[in-house]
Design a protein around this ligand. Sequence first.
Ligand code: 0X9
Ligand code: ZN
Length: 305
Amino acid sequence: GVFYERYHSLEDIYYWINKTKQDHSDMVKVILIGSSSEKRPLFVLKLSGRRDEVKRAMWIDCGIHAREWIAPAFCMWFVNYALAFYNHNTEITEILNNMDVYILTSMNPDGYKYTWTTDRMWRKNRSNNKDSNCFGADLNRNFDANWCTKGASDNPCDPTYCGQFPESEPETQAVTRFLRSHKDTVKLYLSIHSYSQMLLFPYSCSYDEIPNHSELFELVKEASTKIRRYYKNNYKYGPAAKTIYLAPGGSDDWAYNLGIKYSFTFELQDRGRYGFLLPPSLIPQACNEALLATKVLALHVIKKL
Ligand code: 0X9
Ligand code: ZN
């Protein structure tokens, strides 16, 4: 519907979460996992197919970085697609029958709000850094994975500021706490960003090759090939440090080290023409590309485990 072909204010997103739960109470639960530094709630939607409890799950977070508006738009797109096509599309049905899906539509609500009101290009959260006049930490440099080494900044005024210590930020804490307590069930971790059109896997915090490198490489290669075939668009793929750059403290590396061996970061459209200011007319294709890649990963994990 046309609703999903627009960007939405934070207030709209909270309203949408509530409405989605009410309209689909059979498949959707809402879990409060924490709150932001400005005390906004962090809600996770839990989508389930079959009624009987399934033992496996996947996680998707969107909007770690405030200005990457296509990311929350994808989380909403995914939820809408899953609810509309469950029992109509074989792939999403297979996924929801075998995995619960946890979706954090906006991991950085304070930053997102700030991009709507004050500074469209804001990246970090909005926490008050003591001993500095600059606000915010980069949540994707705040996780405990070679924290604050080369590729992050210890200056609170920089866009890649790593925070005071690993997991210093309440948004990071909410996610790590939830995933630690669900680590036996969550088999696939997915973090949605923009832009540059890449399908990335660990490590980003070092050039070390992970034990299941070949398996993940073949997977993102397959996803990228499918995107090219269906949507005529090019996605690079590979381990993040080599494919994009060295960047420590990221959620994907942390989740991988926690034991979630299928851990990915997607960089959605575009490749720089509009950058973070991707026009709403491109939302459908950008989301369908990411949806296709998500299906490839989820179906593989189901088949393997
Ligand atoms: O630098 C980042 O955090 C991501 N790129 S972005 O342009 N969206 O900021 C890439 C994340 C790759 N993974 C890790 N750095 N762990
Ligand atoms: Zn990002």
